[in-house]
Write a protein that binds this ligand. Sequence first.
Ligand SMILES: *Cc1c(COP(=O)(O)O)cnc(C)c1O
Length: 484
Amino acid sequence: MGRNASLDPDDWDALRAQGHRMLDDMVDYLQTLRERPAWTPIPQEVRDRHHTPLPTGPMDLAEAHRLFLDDVAAYPGANLHPGFMGWVQGGGTPVGMLAEMLAGGLNANLGGRNHMPIAIEAEVAGWARQMFGFPETAGGLFVTGASMANFIGVLVARNQALTPAVRRTGLAADGRRLTAYASTGAHSCVTRAMEMAGLGSDALRLIGVDADRRIDLGALAAAIAADRATGFTPFLLVGSAGTVDVGAIDDLAALADLADTEGLWLHVDGAFGAMGMLAPAIAPRLKGLERADSIALDFHKWAQVPYDAGFVMVRDGAAQRATFATAAAYLQRETRGLAAGGWWPCDDGPDLSRGFRALKTWFTFKVLGADAIGAMIEHTCALARDLEAKVRASNQLALLAPAQLNIVCFRYQPEDKDADVDALTHAIVARMHENGVVAPSLTRIDGQAAIRAAIFNHRTETRDIEALVREAISLGDELSGARA
Ligand SMILES: *Cc1c(COP(=O)(O)O)cnc(C)c1O
């Protein structure tokens, strides 16, 4: 056993050598992604190896790493792979991975206090303010993901509507019944945010969409008027900048106008779409985003920063602080020393202890540059348009949702008019996953099961789009019995 209670190694040279091997293994892994299947079913014996009691004694680092390679890295969730086009997930980058290692080494706690990691988070927040045209006084905070960022947006809006006194009195003390509005295409985390904020999901009015699946502005105005007439208090509009199903962008400028005239808070869920600001062809379609009161976004989706790197921006930074800041004695601010520091991020959200998510984002933008990230974003949209064209050109495939951004929904259309196409679509996608070449997901469009190709991976190429079309047709033929 060690000579003292410290958990540092006795043999630093051995640690260094093993650490270098681990780094080399992971670089090899990233360099050869395409040689492995996108997804591999997990053998039962591998799962069985991981029901173990609490390890009370030590294991050699090399042995633990071997377990990692054999049992964990061999069965990933596919989002690194060029053939992954399933869900709205980023692919990560080698630069981001290295930054994560450095952040782990520093083990910084970004709740507050006087250290340089906080200044790096502030620096990245400044980049986000610049990206979205927000003022210097806007708040910007890393969080786990857009689910949390949307929740924070709802909480700040709620506290503005009810005044920060609601923190003391609770919701019940205020008799008003607050209502919020989003389209039926809004992400389910917006509903959850309403539940968690104590407002209830019934208070979220889900408004229908137009032909482009954007919120129907006429129906929205009518719903607000009807609620006012029946004693509700509208307080919040939630716009979508890129819906999760089809990538629709609400008319954000019109929502900003409506929010102005109705006196409502405009929160925009830009989980992935907000990063479109980096792509010159997409940015104009986000017009109005710069007028939002708050924005939820993820650096870990289209911008490919490793998980997790969600972010929330609030135009009125003071309103954000008024929602969360406390005056506990152990969080006392000093003017000098380690307990000083101007900005304590714990004032701006629910977390006290916080990791250094900003560092991998900082490295990603510093090393790759925002222009390259924007070009990659545009490329994923070009691939989606290519897929859409291929689906349109095939008489065996039916387009269910065109490429508004980087998401296309379609399905195989069997000749037999009585066939259960929904069941067939599910079977095709399951077989695609098992084949491990491409990994799209399933969704429903207008009540019909659809193959959903969400092209977020910066490694995806034209050949992957071709493979998707090829597999959709050949599996469709095989599973529908159309193959001669
Ligand atoms: C992914 C996504 C979310 C949820 O974000 P997480 O980072 O997974 O918490 C919310 N809204 C949209 C539109 C999304 O694509």
